[in-house]
Design a protein around this ligand. Structure first.
Ligand SMILES: [Zn+2]
Length: 266
């Protein structure tokens, strides 16, 4: 969920109080990361956010995370290297108003915006988007890939195979699911794991999973593929760690060495 540290409408404590009232066992505060031009996290408020999370943990389990953005076509994301060790959970999703590198702006953002307005994306662009998103998922520690194909189209099944390989959970987003029930069924047959996210941007949406429930009514799937139907993210993570599953993505991959234009800016 998001708070007023990015584009949300409530404080950490506002969100936590509602989550507790509604009986949630664990929540993750995952504000939009630093590269978001409008209403993204700002480094100068990071310590304040951390202090809010620590205080909120007196009430219930709260994970500190971010929803990272694409920064470059090499697969870099917009999290400051020195803050990575603070994070309990890392989400990655493609968003629009982001400080992309020049190359990403020209080959990714602008053409996709154009095709979005047109309402049709050519296969060559979908292939390029898929390649770029796969690079992010391969090169970084990511726990959850959020709202696949929402803003810019990707080949969801191809991206899903990387998610499976790397132990990355695919989000079933309660605001909008941009793939078809049949794609979800195929991904679950492939052995992918999913997590339902409220994507709450205000206290009233905390724990609201109505849209996902509606979507799942039309799907034939094995319930065990959705991890937070019967356990928390932390319980799932601990299971993965104790299972010693080598394929699972349990540590931070080293950030890509090459410094981009973007890194020098922020
Ligand atoms: Zn998002």
């Amino acid at each position: 969920m998001h708070t007023s540290y990015s584009d949300g409408k409530g404080s950490v404590m506002d969100m936590v109080r509602v989550a507790q009232e509604r009986g949630l066992k664990e929540i993750a505060i995952t504000d939009h990361s630093f590269g978001k031009i409008t209403k993204g996290l700002r480094k100068r408020y990071w310590q304040e956010l951390k202090a809010d999370i620590i205080k909120a943990r007196e009430i219930m389990p709260v994970l500190l995370g971010v929803e990272a953005n694409l920064a470059t076509t090499n697969g870099q994301i917009d999290i400051h290297d020195d803050l990575r060790s603070d994070l309990d959970i890392v989400l990655f999703g493609v968003h629009v108003m982001v400080t992309f590198s020049f190359r990403a702006m020209v080959t990714f953002c602008l053409p996709n915006l154009f095709f979005r307005v047109l309402g049709w994306t050519p296969k060559s662009q979908i292939r390029r988007n898929t390649r770029i998103v796969k690079r992010v998922l391969e090169n970084n520690h990511i726990d959850i890939y959020t709202h696949p194909s929402r803003y810019f189209k990707v080949d969801v099944l191809e991206v899903a195979s990387i998610c499976k390989e790397r132990g990355i959970l695919i989000e079933l987003n309660s605001k909008k699911i941009s793939f078809r029930p049949v794609d979800f069924e195929r991904m679950s047959q492939m052995g992918c794991s999913f997590i339902i996210g409220s994507d709450a941007h205000s206290p009233r949406n905390v724990g609201d999973f109505t849209r996902v429930q509606e979507f799942l009514k039309n799907c034939d799937y094995d319930k065990s593929c959705i991890i937070n139907l019967n356990k928390t993210f932390t319980e799932y993570k601990n299971e993965q760690l104790s299972g010693g599953n080598q394929n699972r993505n349990t540590e931070f991959a080293k950030p890509i060495k090459r410094r981009s234009f973007w890194n020098r800016w922020f």
